[in-house]
Every structure is written in structure tokens, then in C-alpha cells.
Design a protein around this ligand. Structure first.
Ligand code: PMP
Length: 395
């Protein structure tokens, strides 16, 4: 049971342990509840309690919004994990990394006084839909949505001078298909890249080397699982770009919540204290995620109706060994002619997924989240097993 839980439609009761018969499995959102058991085990270490009079001020005494101590701990976490080079980068905090989408696009766009045309914001399909959603909301003088990279990959078009250059979102590992990506418009002098490193942690991927791009975004939602705290940060090499991103967050929300920063400090310290020791959060997270991936593949490999992305074991510098794949999402393809809308086909089998149409690819693809609670995953496996077993009866 999960006392104090927030039950979804498949479960009821005070600890969400009562199953609702025949419910529809919800594998839509990337809610990272797979880490809840970890924090239940380390409830005291991760707890942050503070009095009513604490943290009332907008700012810390030196007039800034960002906790110097939290910056220090985040740098320590990156160094200990080996997933990002932090020594020559500024840190900019935000309300989730979702806020950094616009903050970083703004920071990289031609500035207010320049007469240059707007930048085109692009991403390679399948991409995380929030880049487009956020960008079109503020389409205008500084930047506008430019569609998928395939439109511009032709070098002569990418180098054309009629636009204000490109800002490419490079999600690595990618959401939805877990590929470690490189920029599609690399080599074009007028292209800047924003590397979204939300999943670049040992739960979800091998870590070949510390990421060292000029502009990177991270979030606490995926490594610790505290999505509801809404905390993200950017690592930015250039002083002026960092200043513009910070200015955006200052103007938008007067800096990341100080309550959240305090909670994150407790969480990061608790993670750091266990790294490479007993109950290392990444060892735990990897174990959960690779077990889920293995269970899913065992069933899907029997199917001729659906398939998922192929992934191979890879050497990881964090674990110092070859590790099994453990993606955050399964990227499902419906193989049958009549299953042109894969989302609908799975919905008929009582599985809610996220259609690939939102990632700007064909409706033959849809995304299954593997990040939710153990109970959610069990219901999902039941529905997928039923779907695959039904194929054999049909033949
Ligand atoms: N980037 C990617 C690739 C994501 O998948 C997500 C969350 N699903 C985010 C950014 C945003 O995360 P948050 O706002 O919770 O930090």
C-alpha cells in the first residue's frame, strides 16, 4: 500500500491498494512516481520542514533569488554523476525546465534593439511537443516556430540569410524514443542548440561522457522524481546568454520559489549522501526501469501487431560497466495496416498512450510512459499481455 497516496482511476482506498476492475491503464504522462518507494524508504533524509516565519523575503540577503548553497550542491551532483561539465558554466534556476524553453530561446534570440529578423525555433521529429507549444505562444519579433529540422537540414536553406538563424532543441536522450541525439543543423553557422538533458541520468541512459554543450537544460523532475516541486536549471557557458536567461526568469516569476529551493537542497543532499553506496538512487532507479523494459519487451517480442524501439546494452561511466537499457518511454509502432491510428488501437485495448501526432510523426506511433508507479505499470502489463495474447487467438 501507499498511505497518503493520490490514487488514480485504477485504484481506490486510503492507500490506493484496491483495484478498480477492468479499468483503463493510463500510460500517458511522464509522472515519475517510480521513485516514490525510494523516498518512502528515505523519508527522514528527504524531509524538509520549516517554520511559518522562514523564507518570507523575495530574495536572499545579497539581493539574489538563487540559493548559493543549492548551486554548490547541484554542481556537486553533476560532478559525482559525471553527466555534465559544470566548472565553466553559469547556473540559472527556473520553475521546472519547462520554463527554460522560453527563457533559453529568449536568451539566444536576436536582442531587442537589433534589426535582425526573428530566429526560427526548430526540433527534429519526433520531438517533445512543449517546444512548439511554448514557442508559438510567444511567436513574434524575436523568434517564431520554424517546424521540424527536416525542412531546413538542406545546408543551403539553413544558411540562407532571409531568417534570423536557427535555435534547435536537441533532446538527448530524446523524449519519446530515448535516442542520444546530436544537432540536425550542426555545421550551419547560423544555428544555436539548446540541449535538453532532462533524461541524461543513470536511471534512464548510459552516461558515455559529461555533457559539455554551451546551453543545457536540466530538471529535478526526472532524477529525483519531484516533478511537483517545479524545479529546473540551465547550465550556460556564455556570460551574456546566462544574464539574459536569468533576466527572463526574474521578470517572469521573480526567481524560482525559495520554498522549492529549500526542498531541493534537502533532496540533493540526500541523493549525494548515498551515491555509490547502499541504496544509491541511480542504482535503484536503473534497476526499476530496466526491469520494466525487460518485462515489456518479453511480451511485445511475441507480438506482430505492435513493436517498440530497439535498444542495446551500453557502457556507462557512472556504473563502470555495461548496463541494460532502461528508457523512460516505450515508443510504440502499430504494424498492422488497419492500425493506422496506434493511439486509438491501444485505447480500444484499454491503454491510454500519447499519440505520435504530437511529436509531428505518423499516427502509427504512440508513446507509453514507463515512469509511473509500480501499480500503474502492473495494470499496463496486464492490458498489453491481453492485447498480445488476443493476437494468437485470432490466428
Ligand atoms: N524536457 C523534456 C524532454 C521532458 O520530457 C520534460 C517533462 N516531461 C520537460 C522538459 C519538462 O519537465 P519539468 O518542467 O517538469 O522540469
Amino acid at each position: 500500500g501507499r498511505p497518503g497516496c493520490e490514487c488514480n482511476a485504477c485504484f481506490a482506498g486510503p492507500d490506493c491498494s484496491l483495484r478498480t476492475p477492468n479499468c483503463t491503464a493510463d500510460a500517458d504522462s511522464g509522472n515519475p512516481l517510480f521513485l516514490e518507494p525510494y523516498w518512502r524508504r528515505h523519508a527522514a533524509a528527504g524531509a524538509v520542514v520549516f517554520s511559518g516565519w522562514h523564507r518570507m523575503s523575495y530574495v536572499i540577503p545579497d539581493g539574489r533569488f538563487q540559493s548559493v548553497e543549492l548551486e554548490r550542491q547541484i554542481r556537486s551532483l553533476h560532478r559525482a554523476v559525471g553527466n555534465a561539465a559544470v566548472d565553466d558554466k553559469h547556473l540559472v534556476f527556473a520553475a521546472g525546465s519547462i520554463q527554460l524553453v522560453n527563457a533559453l530561446v529568449h536568451a539566444l534570440s536576436p536582442d531587442n534593439n537589433a534589426a535582425s529578423p526573428p530566429a526560427r525555433v526548430v526540433a527534429e521529429a519526433p520531438y517533445y511537443p512543449a517546444y512548439k507549444v511554448q514557442t508559438v505562444m510567444f511567436d513574434g519579433r524575436e523568434y517564431r516556430w520554424g517546424g521540424t529540422t527536416a525542412r531546413w537540414a538542406n545546408a543551403s536553406r539553413a544558411n540562407s540569410t532571409d531568417g534570423g538563424g536557427f535555435i534547435e532543441f536537441v533532446t538527448s536522450p530524446n523524449n519519446p524514443d530515448a535516442v542520444l541525439r546530436e544537432p540536425a543543423l550542426a555545421g550551419s553557422p547560423a544555428a544555436a542548440a539548446i540541449f535538453d538533458r532532462a533524461y541524461y541520468w543513470p536511471h534512464f541512459t548510459h552516461i558515455p561522457a559529461p555533457a559539455d554543450e554551451d546551453v543545457m537544460m536540466f530538471t529535478m523532475s526526472k532524477p529525483s522524481g519531484h516533478a511537483g516541486s517545479r524545479f529546473g536549471w540551465a547550465l550556460i557557458r556564455d556570460d551574456a546568454v546566462a544574464a539574459r536567461a536569468l533576466e527572463y526568469v526574474s521578470n517572469s516569476i521573480m526567481g524560482a520559489s525559495r520554498d522549492t529551493q529549500l526542498r531541493m537542497l534537502g533532496i540533493v543532499k540526500a541523493m549525494l549522501a548515498k551515491l555509490h553506496g547502499e541504496d544509491d538512487i541511480f542504482a535503484f532507479g536503473h534497476d526499476v526501469m530496466r526491469t520494466r523494459w525487460r518485462r515489456l519487451n518479453a511480451v511485445v517480442s511475441r507480438s506482430r501487431r505492435i513493436s517498440v524501439q530497439k535498444m542495446a546494452p551500453e557502457y556507462c561511466t557512472y556504473f563502470h560497466r555495461i548496463r541494460e537499457p532502461s528508457p523512460a518511454y516505450a515508443w510504440v509502432k502499430c504494424e498492422r495496416e488497419e492500425d493506422e491510428d496506434c493511439y486509438e488501437a491501444l485505447l480500444k485495448a484499454k491503454i491510454i498512450t500519447r499519440t505520435g501526432v504530437g511529436n509531428e510523426v505518423s499516427s502509427r506511433y504512440t508513446r507509453i510512459s514507463l515512469l509511473k508507479s509500480d501499480d500503474d505499470f502492473d495494470v499496463l502489463m496486464e492490458r498489453i499481455t491481453d492485447l498480445v495474447n488476443a493476437e494468437n487467438y485470432e490466428e
